[in-house]
Design a protein around this ligand. Structure first.
Ligand code: FAD
Length: 467
């Protein structure tokens, strides 16, 4: 029977990063993955394929503006969806192959099969052919991730009533795609198909899309996406989804209690994801699963079994790849006797629509609820030379700072390259910068990053220079 210092169950960004860090720290490490490719949700059916399709469909959008740049197309252009999806798959395959390379490089033993606990130190790996290999682990890290969730009355047939997994490999552009859920995944995939010519309707239970993000950000993105043709049904509670041949009927109750019916050819159910522990036999190892289906952990991400840890989507907190990665590193370093720390307030959240949305720290709504005295500075992208040069005029940077100390409490961005810009905000907040600190740092001209400096100036003493 093979024995390891650490066995990681699940090879998503949480699991494979944990395994690498454990190996770096000298632990004899193994990873178990039930699928034949490594990388988990993020690399196979999440972050990477969705960004590949967003990139391809962004080109389609840009072609429409070629004439503004003095570029004439000799003829009309055509989208080959099959080829676009094949390119996406090639990107995925290459990225997953990269993880396999990293496992080999770090001498991590990879087991393909379902990992399930026999007890707190023995794990059964059930392979595809039904054979079972038993291994032992001094410590185990559960990184089994999440799966798309749904509503109890919806039957996901995965043909017309689909999840994000199927939406990443459709064989045709929907005529009318109805998306249930105005969160990150729904909006990103909605924008892909909107750009490819679908009519897209988003039905959201809350009174705005991206309900957990700053309200100003959600308002701005709604405006831009509406202008592009996306339809929004906010404060609508979906109560029925019915497939009739090639048609899907979605019925929702609006705020007045009236029934609103939508008819489409595809419905994407994007109402969130549920932690995944199926087949793990957690109870045999003394690992408690909460009522919400999450593995219960303490501040060190230790489960109710002392030698078993859990990270990523399967535990509490934001379901994000980079959060899972940080947790993977934390557990590895904790096992090596170090004292790592994660500031969950500084995990950035990003939406990869265009304009992109990115945020870190507190929203204005949270600060109000906490009764915190704050000041806000906002700067529009349209006032930037760089934004005008590339015709990316939508959006703004909003900085929230402590009214008394000027410490930055939250930075919220809608606009071109917000996903990359947010890194400056994270660094600033990690070092507890004041708005004035940011405003006094030189930002290259012309860049989108100048909007951060200007918003910081606006938050300092309302002294932005270019508005
Ligand atoms: P996962 O990536 O879910 O990996 C878990 C792995 O464990 C899987 O491979 C699974 O097969 C395996 N497994 C489960 N049980 C067992 C078992 N018993 N034995 C063996 N193996 C097992 N996040 C971002 O930060 N940025 C994004 O842009 C982004 N885009 C997304 C887009 C989409 C469409 C989706 C669906 C998600 C997106 N996410 C994004 C979320 C991100 O994918 C997850 O937060 C991340 O993958 C979580 O990592 P994880 O390691 O916890 O679990």
């Amino acid at each position: 029977m093979s024995s390891f210092d650490v066995v990681v169950i699940g090879s998503g960004p949480g699991g494979y990063v944990a395994a690498i860090r454990c190996a770096q720290l000298g632990m004899n490490t193994a990873i178990i993955e039930k699928y034949s490719t490594l990388g988990g949700t993020c690399l196979n059916v999440g972050c990477i394929p969705s960004k590949a399709l967003l990139a391809s469909s962004h080109h389609v959008d840009e072609i429409k503006h070629f004439a503004d740049h003095g570029i004439e197309l000799a003829g009309d252009f055509k989208v080959d969806l099959e080829k676009m999806i094949a390119r996406k798959q090639a990107v995925v395959d290459q990225t997953c192959g990269g993880v396999k390379f990293l496992m080999d490089k770090n001498k991590i033993t990879v087991f393909e099969g379902v990992g399930s606990f026999e007890n707190a130190t023995t794990i059964n790996v059930t392979k595809n052919d039904g054979s079972v290999e038993q291994i032992t682990a001094k410590n185990t890290i559960i990184a089994t991730g999440s799966k798309p969730s749904t509503l109890p009355f919806i039957t996901l047939d995965k043909e017309r009533v689909i999840t994000s997994t199927e939406a990443l490999k459709l064989k045709e552009v929907p005529k009318h795609l109805i998306i249930i859920g105005g969160g990150v995944i729904g909006l990103e995939l909605g924008q892909v198909y909107l750009r490819l010519g679908a009519q897209v309707s988003v039905v959201e239970y809350a009174d705005r899309i991206l309900p957990t993000m700053d309200a100003a950000v959600s308002k701005e993105l709604t405006k831009v996406l509406k202008k592009a043709g996306m339809k929004f049904y906010t404060s609508h509670k979906v109560q029925k989804v019915e497939r009739q041949g090639e048609t899907v009927l979605v019925e929702a109750l609006n705020a007045k209690g009236e029934v609103v019916s939508l008819e489409g050819d595809y419905t994407l159910v994007a109402v969130g994801r549920r932690p995944y522990t199926d087949g793990l036999n957690a109870e045999k190892a003394g690992v408690k699963i909460t009522e919400r289906g999450q593995v219960e952990v303490n501040d060190h991400l230790q489960t109710t079994a002392a030698n078993i840890y859990a990270i990523g989507d399967v535990v509490r907190g934001a379901m994000l790849a980079h959060k899972a990665e940080e947790e993977g590193v934390l557990v590895a370093e904790f096992l090596a006797g170090q004292k790592p720390h994660i500031d969950y307030n500084l995990i950035p959240g990003v939406v990869y629509t265009w304009p992109e949305v990115a945020a870190v720290g507190k929203t204005e709504e949270q600060l109000k609820a906490e009764g915190k005295e704050y000041k806000a500075g906002q700067f529009p992208f349209k006032a930037l030379g760089r934004a005008r040069a590339s015709a990316d005029l939508d959006g703004f940077v909003k900085i929230l700072a402590d009214k008394n100390t000027d410490e930055v409490l939250g930075i919220h961005i809608v606009g071109a390259r917000a996903a990359d810009l947010i890194a400056e905000a994270v660094v600033a907040m990690e070092y507890r910068a004041s708005a004035e600190d940011i405003s006094r740092m030189s930002h290259a001209h012309p860049t989108f990053a100048e909007a951060i400096k200007e918003a910081a100036l606006a938050a300092t003493e309302n002294r932005a220079l270019h508005v």
